[in-house]
Design a protein around this ligand. Structure first.
Ligand code: 5GP
Length: 139
């Protein structure tokens, strides 16, 4: 059993949150340290640290709610652009080890800043990668 996170404590009602949506599988609430107005988090009730560990049921529930939540955040904030961010692992800036999706409106200079350093995909490497990833998807 992994350590309890702050989101476990929110799910268990031990600490409060500004809840915007809840159903049997997911909870959405405002981020306590928003990058922009309306920055919202969507989490599964399933207690897993990383996206790849989730059950299909949780994944489906998140997928069903996420676009609806994005629409509501856009409507509430007046934003027309936004980022959905989902970090996995401390090296990828994950601080809370319970799966969560950030919905971050872009409002003026507020929102998510992104560092992006594109490389080049060589054809031989692409073939190798496709074979390896397809093999993983077969399971
Ligand atoms: P991560 O870096 O793990 O993707 O993001 C974790 C997010 O959780 C951060 O944006 C942080 O502000 C938010 N957060 C951390 N603790 C709490 C809390 O107790 N309540 C709420 N509402 N958000 C939190």
């Amino acid at each position: 059993m992994s350590e309890r996170t702050i989101f476990d404590r929110i799910l268990d009602g031990e600490i409060p949150c500004h809840r915007v949506y809840e159903d049997d599988h997911v909870l959405a609430f405002l981020d306590i340290a928003p990058l922009s107005r309306g920055h919202t988090l969507l989490i599964p009730k399933e207690r897993k640290a990383h996206l790849h560990q989730l059950s299909d049921d949780s994944a489906a529930a998140l997928g069903r709610v996420l676009p609806r939540l994005c629409r509501a955040v856009l409507q509430a904030t007046g934003a027309s652009a936004y980022n959905v961010l989902q970090n996995n692992g401390a090296a990828a800036h994950q601080a809370v080890m319970h799966v969560h999706f950030h919905v971050i409106p872009k409002l003026g200079d507020r929102g998510l800043g992104i560092g992006w350093r594109p490389g080049r995909l060589a054809p031989e490497e692409a073939e190798e990668l496709v074979a390896a990833i397809r093999a993983g998807l077969d399971g």
